[in-house]
Design a protein. Structure first.
Length: 67
């Protein structure tokens, strides 16, 4: 089931990578978006995948530009 979830996630627009992992979660999905609204739609689609019980969203914050 884990591999099926990762494969289904890869079909969602914006998703760049999906990996099976060990630990608290079974799958980690990496996605990129220009707008927060697109992220919300992607999360809704992920939550509809058979086998997904819950999701947790983490947003990477780029470091400040240093001169």
């Amino acid at each position: 089931m884990i591999w099926e979830v990762a494969e289904a996630a890869l079909k969602i627009s914006g998703v760049k990578m999906a990996h099976a992992v060990t630990g608290q979660f079974d799958v980690v999905v990496y996605a990129e978006f220009a707008r927060v609204e697109e992220l919300g739609r992607m999360i809704e689609q992920l939550q509809q995948i058979k086998g997904v019980r819950r999701t947790q969203t983490l947003i990477a914050v780029p470091p400040p530009v240093r001169k």
